[in-house]
Design a protein around this ligand. Structure first.
Ligand code: ATP
Ligand code: MG
Length: 325
């Protein structure tokens, strides 16, 4: 069977979208209405977490986005550089601060946020000579649904899809949309078009049915293959993950048994690891093992991408960690 995803040698995986710092409350409770202990800044933003994991695993990787000319921006750029990510298409905005998210977990696991994204550097970038140069030599584009709510990211994604596909590159999409999130009509249409163009789809939970526009897991999978998707991996949190192939093949990957410290970023690390392993030539089964390990390892460490593992770290994790049966 021909490989579904363009090989690493064709050029880097490019991810476009919000780059943020996250600052996390160290106590459980409701929001930020009183002074409290916090820890951070941690490098964050779903697209940035994803690309960090790609780079750490040794895949060719590059990020498109923007930070401010401040320490929060430097935290992100330094971090991605250290992970081996090409940061040449990250803009430093002279006027706006780096995006940020303050997060506090409640006792029931839900979260309260204070965001500064839409009016930060994170939302102020666009198609540029640097982006054009990067995209014209890239082998794969990964799109996070969350980035579609940022107009500048939409513009870059629209331009990049056609160029990457025309040179034999591939596309992966992580819907990454909360159920409650209502998209306007235009964004919803873009989202549907991206799903139909995706070679690999990485939904979690009910995002599968939302992306397919139809209820029921089996029907949703069938519909997505009908419209052209080539490979689907469904993420189920602590319940594990499932690979679905076009020929009706299926692999269930039980989750690793870990103590969850901070669930943020699991899906992004899972996706970054799965995609990178596939582009490096691994089978779906092997890639699922690394993806599951990357997601599980990341939830054991506080900070959205602090637990993203290198190949060596993930091998050690896999060798030493039991899986749920
Ligand atoms: P995110 O909240 O980052 O958007 P997601 O909903 O996209 O996450 P999840 O299903 O939560 O993705 O996590 C992706 C994968 O990571 C899971 O399929 C599983 O393999 C692993 N994982 C996540 N949480 C846990 C956990 N508590 N224990 C073990 N493995 C986990
Ligand atoms: Mg997700």
């Amino acid at each position: 069977m021909a490989s579904v995803l363009a090989p690493d040698q064709l050029g880097p995986t490019v991810c476009v979208g919000e780059i943020l710092v996250e600052i996390v409350a160290t106590t459980l409770g409701e929001g930020f209405l009183e002074a409290q202990p916090l820890v951070g800044p941690f490098a964050s933003g779903a697209p940035a977490i994803f690309i960090s994991q790609c780079g750490r695993l040794g895949g060719a990787a590059a990020m498109v986005g923007a930070v401010g000319n401040d320490d929060f921006g430097r935290v992100n750029i330094d971090r991605l550089k250290r992970d081996g990510v090409d940061v040449s298409a990250i803009t430093v905005d002279p006027d706006y601060p780096t995006g940020s998210a303050f997060v506090r977990y409640r006792k029931d696991g839900s979260r309260d946020f204070v965001y500064n994204i839409a009016r930060s550097a994170a939302a102020r970038f666009g198609w540029s000579a640097g982006v054009s140069d990067l995209v014209s030599r890239s082998g794969h584009l990964h799109v996070m649904g969350s980035a579609l709510s940022v107009p500048s990211a939409r513009e870059v994604i629209d331009g990049a899809v056609d160029i990457v596909k025309a040179r034999g590159g591939t596309l992966s999409v992580d819907p990454n949309l909360r159920k409650e999130l209502q998209l306007d009509e235009d964004t919803e249409r873009r989202f549907s078009r991206l799903v139909a163009t995706a070679d690999l789809l990485l939904p979690s939970g009910e995002e599968l049915e939302r992306a397919a526009g139809i209820a029921g897991e089996a029907d949703a999978i069938r519909r997505l293959f009908d419209i052209g998707v080539k490979e689907i991996v469904l993420k189920r949190g602590a319940e594990g993950a499932t690979y679905f192939g076009r020929e009706g093949d299926r692999i269930d990957a039980p989750a690793f048994l870990v103590e969850e410290v901070d669930p943020t970023g699991a899906g992004d690390c899972f996706g970054g690891a799965y995609l990178t392993c596939r582009r490096l030539g691994m089978s779906p089964g092997e890639a699922l093992t690394y993806g599951s390990a990357a997601g599980a390892r990341n939830v054991t460490v506080r900070g959205p991408m602090e637990g993203a593992g290198t190949r060596q770290e993930l091998d050690a994790f896999i060798a030493s960690t039991q899986r749920r049966s």
